[in-house]
Design a protein around this ligand. Structure first.
Ligand code: FMN
Length: 339
């Protein structure tokens, strides 16, 4: 088929690829809102690169959280393509031939736009991170099963037992204590959490709790209080889980990010809030504690809190994003189109 034009030739595939990349950079979640990605648009393919200039070098030196973040952007782009009636093959790569290249989307083909695909793209726009405690309403087992099923084949969700939640709590406190003692980690956290809304990256005060929530598992410390009112909630009824898989390498982390995006969209559709807890996996010692909660060959990628938001909390503020034009390189496509 002709892969360069669609819709009676009015919109080119290039236009659709630019739109998909724009949707991904406008909505995908990333650690500390670093947005460590870059897209390159060609006439017949879309490439996703890691942008190491926004890596957390002190707390994420291996780039596991950076790669997980890029995985969420990859999944977001595929959701946007499906909502426009396109499917593709994804070649995931961590090869050294093109530094930073993580994935190439090629082999585009038309598919019917389903109501589900349209709904998923709508959900991309309403998903957000809510750091407030959750309500006392427990998740129904069927809801937890539906969220776990959304992880797909290469990453899985392990729901923690009551005892394991206490272990997670201890590991979280330990990770926080270690990071507080590390001046580079503190400086890095300060750099990414002292932002105004207008700056487009990092976390502004409006999305950080006004005081530490009184929860069994402590929320991640951000080094200072924000202005987000946190109400009366707790985490007594929350479900805690580990996202895990077989491979503790960039391929596994990318797949974990794709799974995280899929889980988060399904949870949002089911009115369930998701809070990633990543400092416990960034610190090697506490990551090992989480690993012991799994079987011998599994590796933890991220801890997650799932819960129902407090009804009177109201909507959380949206975290800003960088302008799409700064993150999407359309030069190769333009050069080919207008040559
Ligand atoms: C890999 C990864 C790790 C994250 N870790 C945490 C965390 O430990 N604590 C937290 O409050 N939010 C965490 N987040 C959420 C991000 O801070 C959030 O996605 C980002 O600020 C953008 O905001 P949004 O999700 O509301 O769009 C994480 C997100 C990702 C993708």
């Amino acid at each position: 088929m002709n892969t360069t034009t669609c819709e009676s030739g009015r919109r080119t595939l290039t236009d659709v690829l630019i739109e998909a990349a724009s949707v991904a950079v406008s909505h995908a979640p990333s650690v500390l809102n670093t947005q460590p990605w870059r897209w390159r648009v060609h006439t017949d393919r879309l490439e996703l690169f890691a942008d190491r200039s926004r890596q957390l070098t002190a707390t994420d030196p291996d780039g596991r959280l950076l790669t997980l973040s890029c995985g969420t952007a990859l999944h977001h782009a595929r959701v946007a393509l499906a909502a426009r009636g396109w499917t593709c093959r994804v070649h995931r790569t961590t090869s050294a031939s093109l530094p930073g290249l993580l994935a190439v989307l090629t082999g585009f083909d038309r598919i019917a736009v389903t109501p589900r695909a349209r709904h998923e793209e709508y959900v991309l726009g309403v998903r957000h991170t809510d750091r407030r405690p959750v309500s006392d309403e427990r998740l129904a087992p069927a809801v937890v099963r539906a969220i776990a099923a959304a992880a797909g084949d290469r990453a899985h969700l392990h729901v923690l037992t009551g005892e394991q939640v206490f272990d997670l709590s201890a590991a979280s406190s330990r990770a926080a204590a270690l990071q507080v003692r590390d001046p580079l980690a503190c400086a890095e956290l300060r750099y990414w959490t002292s932002r105004t809304m207008g700056e487009g990256t990092g976390l502004p005060d409006a999305v950080l709790p006004e005081r530490p929530p009184q929860t069994t598992v402590p929320g991640r410390g951000f080094g200072h209080a924000g202005t987000l009112p946190i109400g009366r909630g707790h985490d007594r009824a929350a479900t805690y889980a580990l996202l895990y898989g077989d491979d503790d390498d960039p391929g596994g982390w990318l797949a974990a990010g794709e799974a995280l995006s899929s889980i988060w969209l399904t949870a949002t559709s089911l009115n369930v809030s998701v809070l990633p807890i990543s400092d416990v996996v960034a610190v090697a010692g506490t990551r090992e504690r989480l690993r012991r909660m799994l079987t011998a060959f599994d590796h933890p990628y991220l801890a997650l809190r799932l819960g129902i938001a407090e009804p009177e909390s109201g909507a959380a503020r949206r975290t800003p994003r960088l302008p799409a034009a700064q993150l999407i390189d359309t030069t190769p496509a333009n050069r080919a189109q207008y040559a």
